[in-house]
Design a protein around this ligand. Structure first.
Ligand SMILES: Cc1cc2nc3c(=O)[nH]c(=O)nc-3n(C[C@H](O)[C@H](O)[C@H](O)COP(=O)(O)O)c2cc1C
Length: 358
């Protein structure tokens, strides 16, 4: 009996299996609006238990990358509705990942009038791709005022209501991988001296206020969060109090009663390993569902589920390259390899043309 391919629940939802499609930015949303090509891509992967969308911005200010979608305009809501309808017809449930890029971005990627905001005016090391001028160094972001913080929280709450209008089953807050929420958590990017900076109680405040506002908008059983303790992507260096800080977060998120925490371990992609102790801490502290992600194949997924280490397994690159991943893994069939050169390029190549089993 396989756990991986058996039904399970998430809040009030029944999932057709324990496999989650990880959030994958694919940069096909020309004009930041979901389109028919994206309908086809997501529908092809509708045999997953749960699909989490690519990072989607709740605000014009959060559109740091080229061609990533938003969920703040009527056109975007209508575009996403076509996608949720097509995915639901295939049996999967669907959460939308709210990714506000914060300081990771470039003015050339932002719509007119948008601003690059961050907890502090601290530039991230590294470069950002722009369609207009290729690679550019990250610019120095503007430090958010208290009014900017209040506005951002309201944008997240409104985006959650928009997500419901677009037919999503829930929302995942992107608190991982160096974007705005993690920029508040980490001391290198958050050098504020007000109640949003300094102690971990203060550095966690923005994330918890966003989560609280989104919960009030749509209900706690429809809200999850992705976190990357020990993640270093996007200029987020390791520091001594990391484990203690994430313990505080786990306790507070448990008190809020979110549906799930989704932990990223990018060591298979060359990042520092996430200590087992921190995964155990989350498992013991957080009473909702736990999703683990990073480098899973079918055998490791089955064994972690069977050992009770988590409730669901999220898979990224294998789903990217295998629309029918569930059938392939269930039948022990060979899998397609992902083509990195088309991860973020516009158009169907490397997006909707991965072969399926006939
Ligand atoms: C092309 C690509 C785009 C990604 N975009 C996102 C994203 O938008 N949001 C996010 O949380 N993680 C993103 N990730 C990370 C994946 O969700 C996942 O955690 C990572 O690929 C490791 O899992 P895997 O070994 O199953 O691929 C991305 C990864 C890849 C390869």
């Amino acid at each position: 009996m396989s756990l991986l391919f058996s039904k399970t629940t998430l809040g009030s939802l029944t999932l057709q299996n324990h496999l989650v499609m990880s959030p994958l930015t694919r940069s096909r949303a020309t004009g930041n609006i979901p389109n028919e090509l994206m309908v086809e891509y997501y529908a092809q992967r509708g045999s997953a238990g749960l699909i989490i969308t690519e990072g989607t911005s709740p605000s014009p200010n959060g559109l740091g990358y080229p061609r990533i979608p938003g969920i703040f305009s009527a056109e975007q809501i209508a575009g996403w509705k076509r996608i949720t309808d097509a995915v639901h017809a295939k049996g999967a449930k669907m959460f939308i990942q709210f990714m506000h890029c914060g300081r990771i971005g470039h003015a050339l990627n932002l719509p007119a009038g948008a601003r690059m905001l961050a907890p502090s005016a601290v530039v991230a090391a590294g470069e950002m791709y722009t369609d207009a001028e290729g690679m550019k160094p990250h610019p120095t972001p503007q430090a958010m005022t208290e009014a900017d913080i209040k506005t951002a929280i309201e944008e997240f709450a409104q985006a959650a209501k928009n997500a419901m209008a677009a037919g999503f089953d829930g929302v995942e807050l992107h608190g991982a991988n160096g974007y705005l929420l993690e920029q508040f958590i980490r001391p290198n990017s958050n050098q504020r001296t007000d109640r949003y900076g300094g102690s971990i109680e203060n550095r966690a405040r923005f994330v918890l206020e966003v989560a609280d506002a989104v919960i009030k908008a749509i209900g706690k059983d429809k809200v999850g969060i992705r976190l990357s303790p020990f993640g270093v992507f996007n200029d987020m260096p390791l520091y001594d109090a990391m484990e203690a800080d994430y313990t505080h977060l786990a306790q507070q998120l448990n008190a809020l009663g979110l549906a799930y925490i989704h932990l990223v371990d990018h060591s298979p992609m060359g990042a520092p390993p996430v200590p087992d102790s921190i995964k155990q801490m989350f498992r013991n502290t957080f009473k909702g569902k736990l999703i683990l992600a990073g480098g899973y194949d079918a055998a490791r997924a089955e064994s972690d589920l069977a050992a009770g280490e988590c409730d669901l397994i999220a898979v990224g690159r294998p789903f990217l390259a295998n629309p029918d991943l569930v059938a392939r893994w269930e039948n022990g069939a060979a899998v397609n390899a992902p083509d990195m050169s088309t991860f973020y390029t516009p158009g169907p190549k490397g997006y909707t043309d991965y072969p399926m089993l006939s």
